[in-house]
Design a protein around this ligand. Structure first.
Ligand code: HEC
Length: 308
């Protein structure tokens, strides 16, 4: 084996033992590729502006990663309770709008968000009745959010629940659209049929990109699903073991990644303690592990053994 092969072997081993190192290794490449894309973008900025779909959407909060969303199945919603613009729905819609839509549509709904300049066609100005494709009725906005507008930067927002989509539609209609037209009972029935609103909805879940990368490098899919379902189970559980887990972790996915990366800790509780404590703050666990009693460790150890 020549020295390069050896080095590669060592790096692989290193990454296996400590997945977060991958970022160290990849960082220079990411930097170079990132710079390349940036330079290319600047050189082509005029062309880019003419295109219908820009290759990159400048966002005011680029540094933020995707939030963690656990996979879930929402019960078939009682449609009549969602078609009425209650204060709760409108307020929820406002929060969602500012987080996911204002970058393009602007906080005032005029289609002048930070990213709008680079887009053709421009994001809809909700305060005008002109130019709508699916229209500002409840059913029209619901359709837009479910299917997107092809050929534009308006994509389908697949991971929003039906309740979230209704909340957004109510907020937009109530706050921005002048004399927003009402949906008819027939249009509501059509919507229930088209979007299967009478059935249970599955949300596949979403995890932050940086955690996804960490998971992708090892056993990929199976491990990813195992970690997500473990996380899901723990989050629903109120047993002492689950409470300890919630207390002593900063980054739950990273913590579960640490534990799923090796089987060594199944041999002894001491190994379990060592794995967690030796890399504290980088392995998803936090300093509160130092406050744990022997009994806490016992409980926590047998609890985690259930999952891996
Ligand atoms: C990346 C930019 C972008 C984001 C983010 C975005 N939109 Fe849009 N949106 C657009 C563009 C561009 C159009 C216009 C499409 C066209 O005219 O073909 C549009 C159009 C719309 C329309 C009008 C559809 C019609 O009937 O003409 C609605 C309603 C809408 N968006 C709602 C939302 C909501 C709600 C969100 C947040 C969940 C959102 N958009 C996020 C870019 C965006």
């Amino acid at each position: 084996m020549n020295s390069i092969e050896k080095l590669i072997q060592e790096i692989k081993k290193d990454i296996k033992e400590n997945p977060s190192k991958l970022f160290g290794f990849l960082y220079p490449y990411i930097l170079v590729v990132g710079l390349g894309v940036g330079v290319f973008y600047l050189y082509n900025i005029n062309k880019v502006e003419e295109q219908t779909i820009p290759p990159a959407v400048p966002s005011s909060n680029q540094a933020e990663d995707l939030p963690l969303i656990l996979p879930s199945e929402s019960m078939s919603s009682d449609i009549s309770s969602l078609t009425t613009p209650t204060d709760d729905l409108v307020n929820k819609g406002k929060t969602l709008f500012n987080a996911s839509c204002a970058a393009c549509h602007g906080a005032d709904g005029k289609g002048d968000g930070a990213a709008a300049a680079a887009l053709t066609p421009k994001p809809r100005n909700f305060t005008s009745n002109e130019g709508w494709i699916n229209g500002p009725k409840l059913s029209g906005i619901y359709k837009t959010l479910s299917e997107g507008i092809p050929g534009s930067a308006m994509v389908a927002f697949d991971n929003l629940s039906p309740a979230d989509k209704f909340a957004l539609a109510h907020y937009i209609r109530k706050t921005f659209v002048p004399d927003a037209p009402q949906v008819t009972p027939d249009e509501i029935s059509a919507m229930v049929q088209t979007f299967h609103l009478g059935e249970n909805q599955k949300n596949p879940g979403q995890i932050p990109i940086k955690d996804a990368m960490q998971l992708v490098i090892n056993d990929n899919q199976a491990r990813y699903e195992n970690i997500l379902s473990t996380l899901n189970n723990i989050s629903k559980d109120s047993q002492p073991g689950a409470q300890i887990f919630n207390r002593v972790t900063n980054n739950k996915i990273e913590a579960l990644t640490t534990l799923s990366a090796t089987n060594d800790w199944h041999k002894s509780e001491q190994t379990f303690v060592d794995i967690i404590v030796n890399n504290i703050n980088q392995d998803g666990f936090n300093g509160k592990v130092y406050d744990m009693s022997k009994a806490d460790w016992n409980t926590f150890y047998s609890y985690m053994n259930k999952y891996f």
